[in-house]
Structures are given as C-alpha cells and as structure tokens.
Design a protein around this ligand. Structure first.
Ligand SMILES: Cc1ncc(COP(=O)(O)O)c(C=O)c1O
Length: 392
C-alpha cells in the first residue's frame, strides 16, 4: 500500500526516545532527558522582537521561494565575515530547518540508485533521507583513533562509478570532533578528482571550543563549486521550533533547490525568517554567551565521565554531545538485536535517564549523551550512569 521507498526507512530513534520520555513523564515519572539535541536556552529577545515586529506590521504574505531577500543578504554577510566564503544572493536558499535544506539538496542532486557516502558515526537522519529520495547510502567505517574523522584514503576506497555525493558533518553530531583544514583539503582533493559533490553540514559551526574552524567551501573556488554548505539557527541561536535553515551552493544547484521548495512548501514561515534575520544581525553576543555556558558544561561532563571505569570517549571540540564507548559491558547484557538499545532501555527504565543508543548513529558499541541541558541534570544523569555501570 505504501511507497516502496519507505520499505527500509526506520523512524528516528531520537524522536522515538523523546516520545517514550513524554509518556513516562505523563505517568508522573521524573525523567532526566539527556537524549535530545535541543538547546535549553530561549530564543534571544531581540530576535523574537523582529518576529513580533513583522507580525504587527503585517509582513505575513507569500514571499520569494528562496527566502526573504533581507535574510539571504544577512546570510551572505555572515558567510563572508565569519567563514570567508563569497556567496551571492541567488546562491542562498532559506528552508524550514537544516533538515529541510538537506532534503531539498538531496532531491536536487540525486537520481534513484545514486550512491551517497556517509562516514560513521553519522547523524541519524542522513541515511533515511538518502533512502527516501531513492538513492543508496554507502557507509564508511572510520577510525576511533582518528576521532572518527573520515580520511581521504577511506573516502577513495568507498568511491564507485555510482558515487554522487559525500555527506560531512563538521563539527560532528555525535562525536563533537572537528576537522582540521589539512584534513578537509585532502578530502576535497579526492572529491574533485572523482567528480563528487560534498554536502557540508555545518549546523554546529558556532558551537565550538576551539578558535579554528574551516568551512569546506572556503578552501578554494573549486571546493566551493562542488560544496553545498548547510547551516541554520536551530542550534546556534536556540531556535529549534522556528524551523529556519539554509543552503549555500552554486547558482545552478540553488536554483534547483529553490524550484523544488517553491512547489513543495513555497518558503519557510515569513515570521520565522524575520526572527532569524534578527538573530543573525543582532544576537551575536547572545550566541557567544550560550557557547560559554556549553563550554562550562562540557568541561564538567568530561570531568565526571572520565572518572567512570570502563567507558571511553573523544573529548568534544564542538557541538554539545559526548559519544561514549560502552563496549566493555557488552557481555553483561542479554539482548536480541541491538546492544546499545538494550543498554539505553535498561538505563531509562531503572535510572530514569534518557540517552540515545549508538546504533542510531550506525555504531552499536556506543551511546550518546547531551550537555545542552541544565547542568544539574547533566551532572545527575552522569552520576546515575556511573551507578548503573557499577551495578552491572
Ligand atoms: C547534524 C545535524 N544536522 C541537521 C540537524 C537539523 O537541524 P534543524 O533543526 O535546523 O533542521 C541536526 C539536528 O539535530 C543535526 O544534528
């Protein structure tokens, strides 16, 4: 009855967990939720005021499919000032969240049977989005000793005549790793030599604990030509519910994305776009303050986690996640199917803490916890994790 495209598409593990958490909460259970990648901050006041102003001034009509001109101009300015990439207005398309920008891009580039390379661990939705447009995800095993960052050799080995696109998430959800400029250059060279596009998901770009960040499209004109840069306001400006993301790409790809978007949804809500405009043009300090707080939380989380025997992790340099290796407890569990799902289920049921199984990111020996939640919850959650592990 349903489209065959959905045959191998699985519902999002993270959304499934948050549904279970809401269910337990509605039954009166006090749950610590360290599963969802959503900032606990509110949208900055000046951004909200821009949205309210737009409502009051009746700026509520249909507008350009690619997004408000004012917002696209602000995005061009941001990319030029912060990332040293020179995009023009008609190379930017604003969509309903980075998720939507990614799906639009996949629809614009891929035909059924095209292969898309996805390094593991990957953000949960990549694989399913690729399948939904009829293309084929090809996963690459990366090395923990290299902080799970893709190398040019690994990429070279995964390329086939059907490869069309590489997905790179930098900084990474779930590991928090950040690629160096040299690492990105060698990856881009392989992509250029093999005629493949790169989708650079840089949604966590502003949330980082190091000074240096390189956007792939900033590497060279050739790199820019094959790269579709994805970014948005959900994480950096705590604007998850407003649904504003964007893509920056060559004119040809941007036009295709805008055409697709025009037919499917016209454009994202104009009110949300005005709020995003406010965030980009007026709220740099608010965003920087959030990062300062994430830094403190990261340091606290890392310090508590490093005291737990039997787990290991990469010290996150960006985003707000820690990806924990829990492989040493595997023989203590009876499970059918996924070990990490069983681990998270028992932890949630017995210790009332929600975290995400590594299988959702393609690696079953891991779990992911977030520190974009209240610091007291982060501390309590990690202490309970230690108790759980000791009880095994
Ligand atoms: C790597 C990555 N890309 C994209 C998104 C989606 O962002 P948005 O809320 O803007 O759609 C997320 C959200 O969790 C993410 O982790």
């Amino acid at each position: 009855m349903l489209s065959k495209k959905l045959d191998h598409v699985t519902p999002s593990y993270t959304i499934e967990i948050s549904t279970k958490v809401s269910e337990l909460k509605s039954q009166g259970t006090d749950i610590i939720n360290l599963s969802i990648g959503e900032p606990d901050f509110f949208t900055p006041e000046q951004a909200k005021n821009k949205g309210l102003e737009a409502i009051r001034e009746n700026r509520t009509k249909y507008n350009a499919a690619a997004g408000l001109k004012e917002l696209r101009t602000a995005i061009c300015d941001k990319l030029r000032k912060e990332n040293s990439i020179y995009y023009e207005l008609d190379e930017i398309v604003v969509s309903s969240g980075a998720k939507h920008s990614i799906t639009n891009t996949l629809m614009a580039l891929l035909d059924p049977g095209d292969e898309v390379i996805i390094p593991k661990p990957f953000w949960v939705s990549y694989s399913e989005m690729v399948k939904m447009v009829g293309a084929v995800p090809v996963y690459i095993e990366t090395n923990k000793d290299n902080d799970f960052k893709l190398t040019s050799n690994e990429l070279e080995n995964a390329i086939s005549p059907k490869t069309k696109l590489l997905l790179i998430n930098n900084p990474s959800n779930p590991t928090g790793a950040i690629y160096t400029e040299a690492e990105l250059r060698s990856i881009v060279n392989v992509a250029l030599n093999n005629d493949i596009y790169i989708l650079a998901d840089e949604i966590y770009e502003k949330i980082r604990y190091t000074d240096k960040f390189t956007s792939i499209a900033a590497l060279s004109d050739e790199a820019k030509e094959i790269t579709i840069t994805i970014n948005g306001l959900s994480k950096s400006a705590a604007m998850t519910g407003w649904r504003v993301g964007y893509s920056a790409s060559s004119k040809k790809i941007a036009k295709a994305i805008s055409t697709i978007q025009g037919h499917l949804v016209s454009h994202p809500s104009t009110i949300s776009q005005w709020t995003a405009y406010g965030a980009l043009t007026l709220c740099q300090d608010d965003m920087a303050k959030m990062v300062d707080i994430y830094t403190e939380r990261r340091d606290r989380a890392v310090s508590l986690l490093s005291k737990i025997d039997g787990i290991s992790f990469i010290n996150p340099k960006g985003a707000f996640y820690v990806f924990l290796d829990i492989s040493s407890f595997k023989d203590k569990f009876n499970y059918k199917g996924s070990y990490s799902v069983e681990f998270c289920k028992r932890f949630l049921e017995n210790y009332n803490v929600a975290i995400v199984p590594g299988i959702a990111f393609g690696i079953d020996d891991y779990v992911r916890i977030v520190y974009c939640a209240d610091i007291n919850d982060v501390e309590k959650g990690i202490i309970r994790l230690e108790e759980f592990i000791k009880s095994l």
